[in-house]
Design a protein around this ligand. Structure first.
Ligand code: CLF
Ligand code: SF4
Length: 293
């Protein structure tokens, strides 16, 4: 049985209502590939940038278990084992395989997964059976015309589909997946990347729609202008606050997102132990895919 939302609000740093939490998380950079093409996604392998999409390396499920063991020695406040990249967690089998191992080795840890949701409806039963406690789906629009401005296309059953047609499929699968997983009792968070000229007037509709589909909490992540949206701008404080206020009419809003790396370790916003945990595991740098927290 997955942990309840009420319990997560006290145990999980990214499901905290109100004040910032002092619980920690370890991100396991286990998922190398992605199946969609977000226009703001820029992956990088290095140890210095602090943003989603960046990792020192990609590790194997067994290495993830060793990494958790080491991380708990440095930071006993870690309560959550999360997988958020560097690609999509459902585009390859490694994330679910790792959670199976975590369930056996560290039953006390909250199992947290983040996905773009394209394969969520198809893999919902597997996600439920593996025992995920908290799931995040990134939904940047629920209107295909808007989504198509944020995402170039998807890889869907062996086909590359682009534009509004791709956006329609993505949104349909995301909402269907959110419903299936939340109906099974798993607490669901939705992340939205706030892009001022594209989806800022759409936030209220997204919040209302995902709350109706079963999400419990909502997180608005300010755009980091890069890749094809490098000429867009980051939303200012007023725009963020306005978006939060609008979303709060329908759903709890998480306010302490740190736009974490895919291999972050520690309390979000505090000291990062990633260098000590992943240093032996760094391999040749790769230019592959990215994550979304
Ligand atoms: Fe990681 Fe994401 Fe789980 Fe948190 S991060 S997989 S839900 S354990 Fe948290 Fe970091 Fe923001 Fe993500 S502060 S980027 S929301
Ligand atoms: Fe989008 Fe995440 Fe895939 Fe990058 S890794 S394209 S942000 S879903």
């Amino acid at each position: 049985m997955a942990i309840s939302y009420e319990e997560l609000t006290t145990k999980h740093p990214c499901f905290a209502r109100g004040d910032k939490s002092n619980n920690g998380r370890i991100h396991l950079p286990i998922s190398p590939s992605c199946n969609i093409e977000c226009k703001f996604c820029e992956r990088s392998f290095n140890s210095y940038e602090v943003r989603p999409g960046v990792s020192r390396t990609v590790i194997t499920p067994q290495e993830a278990i060793d990494a958790i063991r080491r991380a708990l020695e440095f930071c006993p406040d870690i309560k959550v084992a999360g997988i958020a990249g560097p690609g999509d967690t459902l585009a390859s089998p490694f994330a679910l395989e790792t959670f199976r191992l975590i369930k056996k080795e560290f039953p006390q840890l909250v199992k947290c997964m983040s996905t773009n949701g394209l394969l969520l409806a198809e893999k919902a039963q597997e996600v439920i059976d593996v025992g995920i406690d908290s799931l995040t789906v990134t939904v940047n629009a629920v209107d295909p015309q808007i989504e198509a401005q944020l995402n170039d296309g998807i890889y869907w059953h062996g086909q590359h589909i682009t534009g509004v047609e791709a956006a329609k499929i993505l949104i349909e699968q995301q909402l269907k997946g959110i419903k299936l997983v939340s109906d099974a009792g798993i607490t669901l968070k939705v992340n939205t990347v706030l892009v001022p000229e594209i989806n800022s007037d759409h936030i209220e509709t997204i919040a209302q729609t995902v709350a109706e589909a079963g999400a419990s909490i909502y997180n608005i992540i300010p755009l980091i202008p890069q890749h094809k949206l490098k000429d867009s701008r980051e939303p200012d404080c007023m725009e963020r606050e306005r978006a939060i206020l609008r979303a709060s009419k329908y759903i709890d809003v998480f306010r302490h997102c740190q736009r974490c790396r895919a291999d972050a370790v520690g309390i979000p916003g505090g000291e990062d132990f990633g260098d000590r945990i992943y240093v032996d595991l760094q391999r040749l740098s790769r230019q592959d895919t990215f994550s979304h927290g």
